[in-house]
Design a protein around this ligand. Structure first.
Ligand SMILES: Nc1ncnc2c1ncn2[C@@H]1O[C@H](COP(=O)(O)OP(=O)(O)OP(=O)(O)O)[C@@H](O)[C@H]1O
Length: 698
């Protein structure tokens, strides 16, 4: 192998914890790797998982403790088995439901399907799932329900105490997504009102001590005589030892400078030198992934022998559902599947054929600076916890290998143990509105597992006030605030949709909202930049990217949603199918909220005003003296530039609004639209009240 020679020595270990009055249970359990390849019956497979040896211990802890923290290595069987054990022990009797949350939609769907299969039932009946815009459960029969943590938060709006659930298992808690953290804070509150509710916090590498300390504060109920009632409120910690099949780790000999190229050569080396078995590659985002797919496919064409038999599939959230599901289809005999993915395949996913994992060592992460009020999407190094999750995708159903595109020295000495919780590196606008919608008024005093900075909170409150979502007492306004809270999108997009109603352009804005929620509608990649730029010119609108999206969408519909049309125009066919899918869902929500579906018939001023009504906080002005296209954000005076992928790159209108920022050598604005600055004060008088008139005047 060109890059690898060094097998790793590090073995993932579980942190033991016997302190602080916390109950620690540990029974020696051998790894299922000793059981070799045989599959046997489904029941036998279940019994071979490390978690099986802990079945009684887990059920005992759940019976006697309000909260149980279960730490176990990836592949030990936590996600698929624990909900079934609970059901078998009667926790779903009497119409009660066992919930298991996941941070990602794809994981929810695939784990639910697996559990239904293991139980021999039809998915959507006894075992079901709910993700945003999709509910595959049956109110009468579903007893085990998988759902995203975001969806469970939304359920609290209708049922604040989550009364139908007997046990809620918060899985993959180590990921510390914003929704997981909000959920943990709220569940702790609910538990005080519903001591019979049981919580299981489960994860591969959670910091069990700090999580336990977080739940420790809850008091046990007392009876009239002062006797303690109900379950013990201090959390129990259980460490499940043993993991899936063995995964041999290989590290790069030298640091890798171009990880996309390194991925391509590593995949080809595996293909040429290693026995059959599928490959899962982790890259950072759509652009990298599309490039790697293209390079591998080109190899397959130009170098028939070396790479024949490779089926290369991309996997990222911007793909349509059908395209994502391709990764689950069995690989034909004599072929090798290569799935090239973002971190959406990092946790909870079992792809049966995967034997090899290639880990670039990076992922795209959000970083927010409350002082400059700037949130960036940055390609950042992984944590050890994520690297272990990635390696764990091999070795699920047979022994595997993981090739890390970084050195062992880097892994041991420089990689951080855990990532920073998303809560502490994000803009909190969505989080605050959710809590407000749940009636949590004292946001600053909320009990968080990891507190966000007060500056970030205040910024979020200010933006929400300016969006007209909060009133002077920081309570949700009626009806606008409640409507924005009800649309399951970021509040700025929701506000843009609501404003389009008054401006008579809801049909256009729904298309824009759907397009903004996927990463890119263009086919990018190395070597096609010139053709892509030419294709974009065919659709480019002087107003900017949002209006350009409308032109592409129109062209796509006129072509009869043709894939050839997309190919000819460098438009990503799967992305367009996803736009249509999301748009349909948003349309239904808009109708439910009483928004009149109407087209502005080419009045782009209305469209730009609606975008301004939602995204006024992202307004920028071109620096008069700047020949390099430097803009400054109106609030915060941060230096930003139009991204080369924007149709306004080098056009540089004086005033623009952006949708998001990415940071490479500079801060670049992605998806940019030109505006008239007078609309800013119209849209958000409070937000811009301290700006000198000439700062946002003509
Ligand atoms: N779809 C599937 N097909 C085949 N085997 C599966 C499937 N899903 C799960 N398994 C088997 O069950 C094992 C345990 O999976 P499970 O998701 O419960 O583990 P886990 O401990 O929750 O791991 P993680 O933290 O990575 O999600 C897998 O390693 C695999 O052997």
């Amino acid at each position: 192998m060109s890059h690898f020679w060094k097998p790793g020595t590090e073995k993932p270990r579980i942190v033991d914890d016997e302190e602080g009055g916390v109950l620690f249970l540990s029974t020696a359990a051998s790894s299922s790797s000793s059981s070799g390849f045989g599959y046997g019956s489904m029941e036998k497979q279940r019994q071979r998982l490390p978690v099986y040896k802990y079945r009684t211990a887990i059920l005992y802890l759940v019976e006697t403790h309000a909260t149980s923290i279960i730490v176990g290595e990836t592949g030990s069987g936590k996600t698929t088995q624990i909900p079934q054990y609970l059901k078998e022990a009667g926790w779903a009797d009497g119409g009660r439901v066992i919930a298991c949350t996941q941070p990602r939609r794809l994981a929810v769907q695939s784990v639910a399907a697996r559990v239904a299969e293991e139980m021999g039932v039809k998915l959507g009946e006894e075992v079901g799932y709910t993700i945003r815009f999709e509910d595959l459960t049956n109110t009468n029969t579903t007893t085990i329900k998988f759902l995203t943590d975001g969806v469970l938060l939304r359920e609290m709006m209708d049922d604040p105490l989550l009364t139908k659930y007997s046990v809620i298992m918060v899985d993959e808690a180590h990921e510390r997504s914003i929704s997981t953290d909000i959920l943990l804070g709220l569940l702790k509150k609910i538990q005080r009102r519903r001591p019979e509710l049981r919580l299981i916090i489960s994860s591969a590498t959670i910091e069990a001590k700090s999580m336990s300390a977080f739940f420790q504060a809850s008091k046990r109920r007392r009876g009239l005589e002062g006797e303690e009632l109900g379950p013990r409120m201090e959390p129990a910690i259980l460490s499940v030892e043993g993991r899936g099949f063995n995964v041999q780790i290989h590290f790069a000999e030298e640091p890798v400078s171009d990880y996309v190229q390194a991925v391509v050569s590593t995949v080809l080396s595996i293909h040429n030198q290693e026995p059959m078995g599928d490959i899962l590659v982790f890259l950072t985002g759509q652009d990298d992934i599309d490039t790697a797919v293209k390079l591998l496919n080109e190899e397959a064409q130009s170098n028939g022998k070396k790479s024949s038999g490779l089926i290369v599939l991309p996997l990222y959230s911007g793909l349509s559902r059908a395209e994502q599901e391709l990764i689950f289809t069995p690989t034909p005999r004599g072929k090798r599947k290569v799935v090239i993915s973002t971190n959406i395949a990092e946790t909870s996913l079992t792809l049966e054929g995967i034997v090899y994992v290639v880990d670039s060592g990076f992922s795209k992460q959000r970083f927010y600076n409350p002082i400059s009020d700037i949130e960036n999407l940055v390609v950042a190094p992984l944590s050890k916890a994520s690297a272990r999750q990635r390696a764990g995708r091999a070795g699920r159903v047979r022994p595997g290998k993981c090739y890390r595109l970084y050195t062992e020295e880097y892994f041991v000495n420089e990689m951080s143990a855990e990532g920073i919780p998303e809560m502490q590196r994000s803009n909190l606008v969505s989080c605050v509105i959710q809590l407000k919608a749940l009636g949590i008024d004292n946001i600053l005093g909320f009990d968080w597992p990891a507190s966000p900075s007060p500056e970030a909170m205040i910024r979020a409150l200010e933006v929400l006030y300016s969006l007209g979502v909060l009133d002077d007492d920081a309570k949700l306004t009626t009806p606008a605030g409640f409507q924005v809270a009800e649309i399951p999108l970021e509040p700025m997009i929701s506000k843009m949709i609501l404003s389009s109603n008054e401006l008579g352009c809801s049909e256009e804005i729904l298309t824009i909202a759907a397009t903004l929620s996927i990463q890119s509608i263009w086919v990018s990649g190395r070597g096609v930049q010139k053709e892509l730029d030419e294709a974009k010119l065919r659709f480019a609108a002087a107003e900017g990217d949002h209006v350009t999206f409308l032109n592409v969408y129109k062209g796509f519909l006129q072509s009869g949603k043709s894939s050839q049309w997309c190919h000819k125009n460098h438009v990503n066919y799967q992305a367009m199918k996803k736009v249509i899918e999301i748009r349909g869902q948003l349309r239904r929500i808009a109708q439910r909220l009483g928004i009149v579906l109407k087209s502005c018939e080419g009045d782009m001023k209305a469209v730009r005003k609606a975008v301004t009504a939602g995204f006024f906080a992202n307004a920028c002005r071109l620096e008069a003296f700047s020949h390099s296209g430097m803009y400054k954000t109106v609030r915060g005076s941060q230096e930003v530039y139009i991204h080369p992928s924007s149709v306004l790159f080098r056009v540089n209108p004086k005033w623009v609004i952006f949708h998001s920022l990415v940071s490479t050598d500079r801060q670049y604005m992605r998806n940019v639209i030109s505006i008239d600055p007078s609309w800013l004060r119209e849209a958000a008088p409070h937000f811009y009240q301290h700006q000198p008139h000439n700062a946002i005047g003509h």
